[in-house]
Ligand binder design. Structure first.
Ligand code: SF4
Length: 64
């Protein structure tokens, strides 16, 4: 599946890096980086990340 983070909403505090550390990380500049193309086996982790994101910035764009 493909995911998208709305950077106009994201606060870069990184709750999503805890729920899906293989997809989301905070870089040396303190900015969220993420993989756009995510294996479907990580769907539960992505859904957890969507749930914990305080500003609802994470979206699933396409399903596999
Ligand atoms: S949890 Fe949401 S607001 Fe926080 S870094 Fe991740 S995408 Fe951005």
């Amino acid at each position: 599946m493909k995911i998208h983070v709305d950077r106009t909403l994201c606060d870069n505090h990184g709750q999503c890096t805890i729920t899906a550390p293989s997809v989301f990380r905070i870089d040396d500049q303190g900015i969220l980086q993420y993989e756009e193309n995510v294996d479907d086996s990580l769907r539960a982790d992505i859904e957890d990340s969507m749930d914990v994101c305080p500003v609802q910035a994470i979206f699933i764009v396409t399903e596999d």
